[in-house]
Design a protein around this ligand. Structure first.
Ligand SMILES: *[C@@H]1O[C@H](CO)[C@@H](O)[C@H](O)[C@H]1NC(C)=O
Ligand SMILES: *[C@@H]1O[C@H](CO)[C@@H](O)[C@H](O)[C@H]1NC(C)=O
Ligand SMILES: *[C@@H]1O[C@H](CO)[C@@H](O)[C@H](O)[C@H]1NC(C)=O
Ligand SMILES: *[C@@H]1O[C@H](CO)[C@@H](O)[C@H](O)[C@H]1NC(C)=O
Ligand SMILES: *[C@@H]1O[C@H](CO)[C@@H](O)[C@H](O)[C@H]1NC(C)=O
Length: 620
């Protein structure tokens, strides 16, 4: 009875049982317990497996097929007959079953493209591994595992409470406990008492988010084809919930990274290629400051120059993203997470927006993506650098209120005003945690920049802290453009003066000036605004005070040309996350790692240079 197939599979034969010891097997055991994983039958259609159909049957014959086909091949788990999942299924809202079906259909329609091909092509041209590669992943995409052994945590021991089926299950079965685990302590910004969540380690932590949803796996495949393996490639996963200083306080993250890099340079005799994605680019910038600081890493003033050959910065968000603000302000996440539709689905379905805002605020790392650079970058009440000719509503106002009678503000708010609004309305602990960790301004003179060298709060803001003195280091900025990206919002306040910070997006506003359900779109990669991804690379770091040693900067913009039939956009996507699978991005990354980055030609397809010239920041 419990049967559902994809494709032309036939009755399972004995040689396609689930491999003992395989990753799939481990994952299923983790999810459902040992006893339950005995009747699994898989049918690989080709050599790799990263798709799944889960058949979960209850007594009442309810099925849910969760399907995460990547491409190439499908594994069908046909008879999970004795899974005792009634309770799980009862807990799931009715609509979920149909939603999941629709979603899996969508994922199944993926058009496949062969990810090894880029590497193989380059290999045939004589490109081979040279610089050891260290990868720094972005926000949200690293799995978090529970290591707590207290009463409430034991059931989760070594399960991923972020980035796995365990997360979904915990969300459905015991939301309060799940929240207790993923939220950090408000006062300390560290684990709450009795709870311990740590970033998963190794390539497994970041190659897939949830089975089948790739993040770094395509890059790994391509790196491998030109000779990379765990001896010369490393994924430096971190707990993205922590503020950056706490990464060191709790996990000695920067000390470990420094030591890993030093050993790799010593053993391989080559400097490192760093590849960072999204928030990872901020981690790198912070690391550079930290490692050379006399009070912190004590690596010396030339540490970066001696150890880093090149920094490939993919979809970096140096100047934050306006989305970062609405996420902590009101838990908005119209594709904020930009991740697995299913993970987002979980957050959206099982948590109210108040709960999401509460969770995001209790993850100080998320607040590192609040927009930086103030009105100079993001515009004032009448004007913004990226306003288009003829545009009636300026992007300069980040939060617009239709009702001028609001309790807290009588007018529309620019980006710095919106930040102030957030801080004014939120609780003290949150305001303190942001102000003690981050800074959002602009240093207009060399003197100010140099004075900030000793202030870790400024290190994350490239408009207040300079690049390290590394004349030999090359910086490559690769990012997608041409995907509509949230730029400005309409908000409303809830009519309860006793509740602080009870605002929400005013989705009733849709007008001819480009506003759709409360949101005005601008340019970017779908998550990060073009101004944030492009400004420092196109202009900021070409100014002396921000890059005094003259590290070479090269930009390669990639237009978003998604494949209509591929949910992940196919080989030419410019999407913030999916770009990691883009063919040309992989090609360029391999060239840099193999020491041929000099041959890459700088490429602009957007108007970022014009916008950058309008930004109100000048060389001194
Ligand atoms: C906004 O900035 C533009 C460009 O610098 C300037 O011309 C304009 O006067 C400013 N508007 C306000 C209200 O400050
Ligand atoms: C905010 O801007 C919108 C759009 O221009 C306008 O309709 C509204 O009246 C403004 N709100 C306030 C409080 O000024
Ligand atoms: C603004 O609020 C005041 C009191 O809160 C009220 O008397 C007035 O009618 C409101 N005006 C509008 C335009 O809503
Ligand atoms: C915010 O206001 C809405 C509507 O007035 C209400 O349903 C919700 O409970 C409020 N949120 C909080 C955190 O009080
Ligand atoms: C990284 O790239 C982003 C654009 O993708 C850019 O905004 C940022 O300034 C870059 N950082 C460095 C150090 O290249």
């Amino acid at each position: 009875m419990l049967r559902r197939r994809t494709g032309k599979d036939k009755a399972p034969s004995s040689d396609n049982k689930l491999d003992i010891g395989s990753k799939e097997e481990k994952e299923l055991r983790d999810e459902f317990g040992d006893a339950k994983v005995k009747q699994l039958v898989i049918k690989p259609r080709s050599k790799r497996r990263n798709g799944f159909i889960f058949m979960l049957g209850g007594i009442f014959g309810i099925f849910i097929a969760l399907f995460f086909a990547n491409q190439h091949e499908v594994i069908s788990l046909e008879s999970l007959m004795d899974l005792n999942l009634e309770s799980l299924i009862e807990a799931m809202p009715q609509g979920l079953v149909s939603d999941v079906k629709a979603f899996s259909q969508h994922e199944r329609d993926t058009v496949s493209y062969d990810s090894f091909s880029v590497g193989l092509h380059l290999q045939s041209q004589g490109i081979k591994a040279k610089h050891p590669v260290v990868m720094i992943p972005g926000v949200i995409s690293t799995g978090l595992e529970s290591w707590g052994t207290g009463e409430s945590s034991r059931q989760y021991f070594r399960r991923r409470l972020w980035g796995s089926w365990s997360m979904m299950r915990a969300l459905v079965m015991d939301k309060a406990e799940w929240k207790n685990h993923v939220m950090l302590d408000r006062k300390t910004g560290l684990d709450p008492p009795g709870i311990k969540l740590r970033a998963a380690q190794g390539f497994d932590a970041t190659d897939f988010f949830i089975t089948g949803y790739w993040i770094w796996s395509k890059i790994l495949e391509n790196l491998a084809t030109i000779g990379y393996d765990p001896t010369n490639a490393f994924s430096a996963a971190y707990d993205w919930r922590l503020s950056y200083l706490n990464l060191e306080v709790r996990d000695s993250y920067f000390t470990r990274l420094k030591s890993y890099i030093e050993i790799a340079v010593l053993v391989q005799g080559e400097k490192i290629t760093l590849a960072s994605h999204s928030m990872g680019s901020q981690v790198v910038l912070f690391f550079f400051k930290w490692v050379e600081s006399d009070e912190h890493g004590k690596g010396g003033k030339d540490w970066v120059n001696r150890h880093i050959d090149s920094w490939v910065n993919i979809s970096g968000c140096m100047l934050g993203a306006v989305k970062g603000l609405t996420a902590v302000l009101s838990g908005e996440m119209r594709d904020t997470a930009q991740l697995n539709a299913f993970a987002v689905y979980g957050l959206e379905k099982f948590l109210s927006k108040e709960e999401r805002a509460e969770i995001f605020r209790a993850m100080p790392g998320i607040s590192s993506m609040l927009p930086k650079g103030g009105e100079a970058i993001w515009g004032n009440s009448t004007w913004a650098p990226d306003d288009q000719p003829g545009q009636t509503l300026t992007f300069g106002n980040l939060l617009n209120f239709q009702d001028p009678n609001s309790t807290y503000t009588q007018r529309n708010l620019t980006t710095p005003e919106s930040l102030q609004y957030l801080l004014d309305q939120s609780e003290d602990w949150y305001r303190d945690s942001v102000l003690n960790s981050y800074s959002h301004g602009v240093a207009h003179t060399k003197r100010e920049v140099e004075a900030n060298e000793k202030d870790p709060r400024k290190w994350l803001n490239p408009l207040e802290a300079r690049l390290p003195l590394a004349p030999d280091m090359k910086i490559y900025c690769f990012y997608g453009v041409g995907k509509p990206t949230e730029r400005s919002y309409f908000y409303q306040e809830e009519p309860d003066p006793l509740v602080k910070l009870n605002v929400s997006m005013d989705t009733t506003v849709t007008n001819g000036e480009g506003v759709d359900r409360g949101v005005l779109m601008g340019e970017g990669d779908g998550t990060v605004n073009l101004l944030s991804s492009g400004y420092m690379c196109a202009k900021g770091w070409r100014m002396k005070r921000y890059n005094p040693a003259g590290s070479k900067i090269k930009v390669f913009e990639m237009p978003h040309e998604p494949d209509r039939f591929s949910p992940r956009g196919g080989p030419n996507t410019g999407d913030h996350v999916d770009i990691l699978g883009r063919a040309s991005l992989n090609d360029l990354l391999l060239r840099v790692a193999s020491g041929k980055g000099d041959l890459i030609e700088e490429t602009f397809v957007s108007n970022i240079r014009e916008y950058a010239d309008r930004v109100q920041i000048f060389d001194d």
